[in-house]
Design a protein around this ligand. Sequence first.
Ligand code: ZN
Length: 332
Amino acid sequence: MTTTARQLDHNGKLATLLAATLLTLIMLTGISRAEYKGGYPYKIGATVGMVGDIAKAVAGDKGEVTFVIGAGVDPHVYNPTRSDVATLLRSDIIFYAGLLLEGQMADVLAKIARKRPVHAVTELLQPEYLIHDPATGHSDPHVWMDVSGWMKAVEVVAQALAEFDPPSSAVYRENAAAYLEQLKTLNDYARRAMASIPDEQRVLVTAHDAFGYMGRAYEIEVMGIQGLSTESEAGLKDINRIVDDLVRRKIPAVFVESSVSDKNVKALIEGAGSRGHKVMIGGELFSDAMGPSGTYEGSYIGMIDHNVTVIVRALGGEAPPGGMQGKLRGIH
Ligand code: ZN
């Protein structure tokens, strides 16, 4: 090695050392900046209600949650308004679903993430858990449809809030444990009720592919007219393919979704009808948005209870019209 080379090598090591020190310093200041120093309740921003609901349960009265994508709104194509952006900018910490669910909000979230903690609640899910769509190369974002998968999202929120506000970390752990207990009860109800659907009727036909995780968790076949996102329109080919299945397998019911137009589902019913097979609308499901706020269905637990109960009853299984805890209204 020549002197110059040795010198360079030494300089290179020094540079690496300096870079590592600098990175540590940045990380340390980053962490201390992220830690919350103000009063309670602090402001938590969320995108969809299901994510906001976890934050509410885990933060308790330490944080006040506002979510920007409300009842009946489709998150796949949702463009944040100026007031949504203002709400998120005013928040001290922000949670979103991730896996490209909030496709149009990526830029805004990335921008905000430079100034305050922003977390995707699906960030702890392993690649083996996720359902991949070979057509787009993306993962299915509708994780909340499998209660056991959504329980992982609760852990993300509990961990993030504990880092954000360390003095209250025990509170967040306790709140998370209590919420997880409720979700476990919900998961047990879903599993039991879905298992009661007769074998030949275990097919769930919906407006878009939001129910893949539900299908896998509770062993029911799923078919969506549109794909994982509602961004691309369904073609006549997609409709005809499912009409064929409805007629051939004598599937009794299809389902509409509160955040997606029902025109494709109506086309299915007409298509099957013209071939002599009568299909009913099994009910309205909450796929990507919870029910109206202030109602039981406007909570994550109520939303899943509603979906499970509606599906099970329409497909010939056994579930009480009031659902898991007698709180559902308007199901026959
Ligand atoms: Zn969706």
